[in-house]
Design a protein around this ligand. Structure first.
Ligand code: PHE
Length: 347
């Protein structure tokens, strides 16, 4: 019986040593220590021993059981530690690994130029004001000295949103002149950028929706010299000291006198030709038109309750897409609206 007990102990310890996972270990525990296990089977034979042998064998059996249990417990813990180690290793997070780079966006070229223009005028003491794109016909035309039937209305045909033609998509930012003069007292110095709408087909230089930036100055003693000085300053700050501007007589119903302002073509430098070919940027003109301007018409001032004998002022409206195209030498307006990243990435 002594040999049997020793054999069981040795067999158990060997088996534990070879076990590689907790389930295997549990079935070994049942095999050796369970009710129907090998040790129990040996103990059942105790009855056949003499009364002298019984306590000696009993003690030995207990020692063997204790030794097996101890070894089993140790092995269990070793396997648990190994499992934990494996789990930790597989779930490890290396915080020093380089991260996934998130591509950063940047401003659209139109926003770059618009922000630059705002910056320039804020520096000259102008306020920036916002206005509605869906506008009253009276603000878009009538109060701007453009009564019903005036030919200027045809050139700026637009989308009317009511049967009686009193509400429309504004064709220019000039209605903001009226809105500001009706609500503010001079001195007034504002710019107002925003979207405008016209019945234009899309091509390299036209779009039914585009952006303008209106400007308005009303004070005592404002003259054409202030208009020329302010706009020349804007062009020089935007396009560089060496840029050249030209003021050309023009007509707008709501300014008198009126003018259009051109900058010398950045491509042909005013020559109109490059290597004997007509410059495609200015179409041989040597100049590129950027804005309309003029001295606010006395009838417009009066309509807004401002005395033209006391006050005078100038206004201008420039195309923001045009300003952007000139600023970055972009030759097709559509590029500005398509938002192709291959184009946008260049700014
Ligand atoms: N609103 C005019 C246009 O759209 C431009 C302009 C603005 C002219 C202000 C004079 C004064 O063409």
């Amino acid at each position: 019986m002594k040999q049997q007990l020793e054999a069981i102990e040795k067999k158990a310890l060997d088996a534990f040593a070879a076990a590689s996972d907790p389930t295997e270990l549990e079935s070994l525990r049942v095999k050796f220590l369970g009710k129907k296990g090998e040790l129990t089977a040996v103990l059942k034979m105790m009855g056949s021993l003499t009364p002298e042998e019984r306590p000696v064998m009993g003690q030995m059996a207990n020692q063997v059981r204790a030794a097996i249990e101890k070894d089993l417990e140790e092995k269990k813990q070793k396997l648990a530690a190994k499992a934990l180690d494996l789990k930790l290793r597989s779930e490890a997070l290396d915080v020093t690994m380089p991260g996934t780079e998130v591509p950063l966006g940047h401003k659209h070229p139109m926003s770059i130029v618009l922000d630059e223009m705002k910056e320039i005028f804020i520096g000259m003491g102008f306020d920036v004001v916002d206005g509605p794109e869906v506008e009253l016909e009276s603000y878009n035309f009538t109060k701007l000295n453009t009564p019903a039937g005036h030919p200027a209305r045809d050139r700026q045909d637009t989308f009317y949103t009511t049967e009686d033609d009193t509400v429309l998509l504004r064709t220019q930012t000039s209605p903001m002149q009226i809105r500001v003069m009706e609500t503010r007292k001079p001195p007034i110095r504002i710019i107002s950028p925003g979207r405008v709408y016209r019945k234009d087909e899309v091509d390299a230089t036209h779009s039914p929706m585009f952006h303008q930036m209106e400007g308005l100055v009303i004070d005592k003693g404002i003259t054409m010299a202030d208009l020329k000085g302010s706009l020349t300053q804007m062009v020089k700050l935007l396009y560089g000291e060496d840029s050249v501007v030209r003021f050309r007589p023009h007509h707008f119903p709501f300014t008198e006198p009126s003018c259009e302002v051109d900058v010398r073509c950045f491509k042909c430098r005013g020559e109109g030709q490059i290597d004997g070919h007509t410059c495609s940027t200015c179409h041989g003109e040597g100049w590129i038109e950027i804005l309309g301007a003029g001295m606010v018409h006395p009838a417009v001032l009066e309509g807004c309750g401002i005395d033209p004998k006391e006050y005078s002022g100038f206004a201008f409206g420039c195309g923001v897409e045009r300003m952007t195209m000139n600023r970055f030498a972009i030759n097709d307006l559509r590029l500005i609206f398509e938002n192709d990243v291959r184009f946008l990435n260049q700014f």
